[in-house]
Design a protein around this ligand. Structure first.
Ligand code: ADP
Ligand code: MG
Length: 377
């Protein structure tokens, strides 16, 4: 991967694929963390005498123009953050875009319309990518979170322009590589969240590399079913029980021993009543997990350990987050809801790295090749 930070960009138009997939409401950006994260990338390019052509998707318009998913609010917000005009073009490709792009001068910033308004974006269409490439002289991918998708603006476009990695993407790759290359041992993974189905492969891969995998969240109950236990009305995926049983043959997968129920009581995993729902890991489990985490040198965490959005079922997640923050370990967190939980609990500072990648981070950690990254090699 060549870094855009080392490229000669003076007088060049640099297309930067960013991840501005931010929540919008009433025409306003609700959370601008993703936009702010790219400011250093944009400013560094402008300072070196480049102009910048930004491209992003937003939401799921599924190849059609959806007015509520237009990027105008994003352009206005970005302009405020940058303290300069953003040339927003309400078209993805074509004459209006080419006209603006051809007149860009040093220090100009342009933003084209939501890439996913065009069905060819998600099809990784070569012709579409060629039109995108017409808008710049160099291409830079700074959107790690979409790099697991072979889409035109991350994959096919690299066939038409000299292509580089952006600093955000490089940072993600460098930090997540800690987990895929020799992680310092003991390496402990904590996996929670809602769906075992989505994470079976992740668990299988990590169980080869980790010393311990601590299970929490709703996926606990699929594993408990696999152990022949009663789980009452707890959330589980009965069709994944056979897979869970297979995974449990790996001796390093550790399950909770006690559970907090929807009536507020804590019971042993052997005594979950038929009419109850398990919503968090109990104090005994928290203590056992905290002790294992205390000795770790590398920690990876994905998925809340309980229904953290609803107090007091945030306590298991809080206890684990605190345990990780105290460990003398490299700690990496991935997953949208996991990061939301950390933000809610105001524990951002306690971790080495909060990966913004979501699905891309999870695929990277499994050792899969990401199309957007392969395309830059
Ligand atoms: P991430 O986005 O970090 O990958 P997931 O999407 O897999 O995480 O799961 C997060 C969701 O799982 C949260 O909304 C959380 O409330 C829910 N959850 C965790 N534990 C339980 C539980 N015991 N019962 C029901 N939902 C749970
Ligand atoms: Mg999620």
């Amino acid at each position: 991967m060549r870094s855009i930070t080392k490229a000669n960009v003076k007088g060049k138009r640099v297309i930067v694929r960013v991840d501005f997939n931010v929540p919008l409401k009433d025409g306003l950006v609700q959370n601008d963390a993703r936009i702010r994260a790219t400011l250093p990338t944009i400013n560094a390019l402008l300072e070196k005498g480049a102009s910048v052509v930004l491209m992003t998707h937003l939401g799921r318009p599924d190849g059609k123009i959806v007015d509520t998913l237009r990027l105008k609010p994003v352009a206005l917000h970005l302009a405020k953050l940058l303290g300069k005009k953003v040339l927003y073009v309400p078209a993805v490709i074509g004459a209006p875009c080419e006209r603006v792009a051809s007149r860009l001068r040093e220090g100009d910033v342009m933003l084209v319309e939501n890439l996913r308004f065009d069905p060819r974006e998600e099809k990784n269409d070569k012709t579409f990518a060629k039109y995108l490439a017409k808008l710049g002289d160099l291409y830079c991918n700074d959107a790690f979170g979409v790099s697991h998708r072979a889409h035109a603006s991350v994959a096919a476009i690299t066939k038409f322009l000299p292509s580089f990695a952006g600093p955000l993407l490089e940072k993600e790759v460098a930090l997540l590589s800690v987990l895929t290359r020799k992680p310092k041992k003991p390496f402990v993974a904590i996996l929670g969240g809602a769906k075992v189905g989505d994470k079976i492969q992740l668990i299988a891969e990590l169980s080869k590399r980790c010393d311990a995998i601590l299970i929490g969240g709703a996926m606990t109950f699929t594993f408990l079913l696999a152990c022949g236990k009663n789980i009452g009305k707890s959330k589980a995926e009965p069709d994944k029980v056979a897979l869970a049983r297979k995974l449990l043959k790996r001796k390093n997968i550790i399950l909770p021993t006690d559970i907090v129920l929807d009536n507020g009581k804590t019971v042993s995993v052997n005594d979950i009543p038929a009419n109850a729902r398990g919503l968090d890991i109990g104090e005994e489990t928290q203590a056992v997990y905290a002790e294992i985490i205390r000795g770790a040198k590398t920690v990876f965490w994905n998925g809340p350990l309980g229904l953290f959005e609803q107090k007091p079922y945030h306590l298991g997640t809080l206890a684990i987050a605190k345990a990780i923050s105290k460990a003398k370990a490299i700690s990496i967190v991935g997953g949208g809801d996991s990061i939301a939980a950390i933000e809610l609990l105001k524990l951002q500072k306690a971790f080495t790295h909060l990966s913004t990648g979501g699905g891309a981070s999870l695929e990277f950690i499994q050792g899969k090749k990401l199309p957007g990254i392969t395309a830059l090699d």
